[in-house]
Design a protein around this ligand. Structure first.
Ligand SMILES: Cc1ncc(COP(=O)(O)O)c(C=O)c1O
Length: 350
């Protein structure tokens, strides 16, 4: 049975979090000389940037909770979802002893964070369609396995991972199941956040870096049980979301109309790009995509990558990733960018 307190590292269970000046005083006051800030003002654009930001990001979480239909207590905010990945590993994995499981090819930061924390990453190869089946899990989960990472839609393949296999893992695994939904806004399926109550071991990651177009601001979300979130809050750096990011994100969340328009446009551009890429002689296969990028198998990924660079076009060469020989990952650009890419590829080797 899943029991979070058994899973959390013993040194963290009883750990006292840092108590910031803003934690210790919560009432109204007119003079703040408790945090060694600059009381004269700020050299930055906004004068109030002299003050530390809200360490609990209350306003932002309240708004996100409304939009995502969860409670604010079910939300952790990180300096990008990369921060959440790292903190989740640190929360439950004993360095030099524990393991995490992921399915490759997939997002590289699970491995980087595992290495950084001296945790072994077991990577099971996805099948030829980049899908995950129950059989592939046989013998892969051990007593040292504390987290299973599932990226859906998966980066770099672009496909959603089979819901029934994910459900099976959620039901049968007693560690954390982290579903990374960085690209969910471009997909046809609903988010796993709808199932947080059902599965106490579920953590869903989302980000403002993709559909929201706010990669520069570094804001990621983890949705989970109140219990998991309170542990993440306990171990995070106190002021991990800066004031500018909190303000700008709050503003962006006020009106989501443009977000839906952009998602729609990216999906339309994706359909056109897939159709056009399929017509090219250099393209051997175009994988289906539920994300804002497309994995494309070409005749010679290394040569085509260099050729595109010379034309000023940068794509991601994924030929060295498991199951991705001669594949490139191409983000869906503007209509004009996609047209330029297709036109350039047409002239390769001519
Ligand atoms: C699957 C996946 N998860 C997480 C991230 C990181 O997102 P963030 O910018 O929120 O750190 C990325 C970025 O490319 C990604 O592809």
């Amino acid at each position: 049975m899943f029991k979070l307190t058994n899973l959390v590292r013993p040194n963290i269970r009883g750990m006292k979090p840092y108590s910031s000046a803003r934690d210790e005083f919560k009432g109204e006051a007119s003079i703040f000389i408790d945090a060694n800030e600059n009381s004269l003002g700020s050299m930055a654009a906004s004068q109030h940037y002299n003050r530390y930001p809200d360490p609990h990001q209350k306003a932002l979480k309240t708004k996100i909770a409304q939009i995502k239909e969860v409670r604010p207590e079910q939300i952790f905010l990180g300096n990008g979802s990369d921060e959440a990945i790292d903190l989740l590993i640190r929360l439950v994995c004993q360095p030099g002893h524990d393991q995490i499981l992921a399915f490759g090819p997939t997002y590289g930061m699970y491995e980087v964070s595992a290495n950084l924390n001296d945790i072994e990453l077991r990577q099971v190869k996805l099948d030829a369609d980049f899908q995950l089946t129950r059989n592939m899990l046989q013998g892969q989960i051990h007593s040292e396995t504390k987290i299973v990472f599932i990226c859906s839609p998966n980066n770099p393949s672009g496909n959603l991972i089979n819901r029934s296999t994910i459900e099976y893992i959620l039901q049968s695994f007693n560690g954390l199941v982290v579903i990374d939904e960085a690209y969910i806004d471009f997909s046809s399926e609903e988010s796993w956040t709808k199932h947080l109550i059902e599965f106490p071991n579920l953590v869903v990651l989302q980000t403002f870096s993709k559909a929201w177009g706010m990669a520069a601001l570094r804001l990621g979300m983890a949705f989970a049980s109140e219990e998991i979130i309170s542990f993440l809050d306990k171990i995070k750096p106190p002021y991990n979301i800066n004031e500018a990011t909190q303000e700008i994100a709050l503003q962006a969340l006020q009106s989501t109309e443009r977000l839906q328009d952009m998602i729609q446009e990216i999906k339309e551009n994706r359909s056109i790009l897939i159709k056009e890429l399929k017509k090219l002689t250099v393209v051997k296969k175009v994988y289906p995509s539920d994300a804002n990028f497309i994995l494309v198998e070409v005749t010679d990924a290394n040569a085509i990558y260099k050729y595109l660079l010379q034309a000023g076009i940068v794509v991601r060469n994924r030929t060295n990733q498991p199951g991705c020989y001669n594949c490139m990952r191409i983000s869906v650009g503007t209509k004009a960018e996609n047209e330029k890419l297709v036109k350039t590829l047409k002239y390769f080797n001519l």
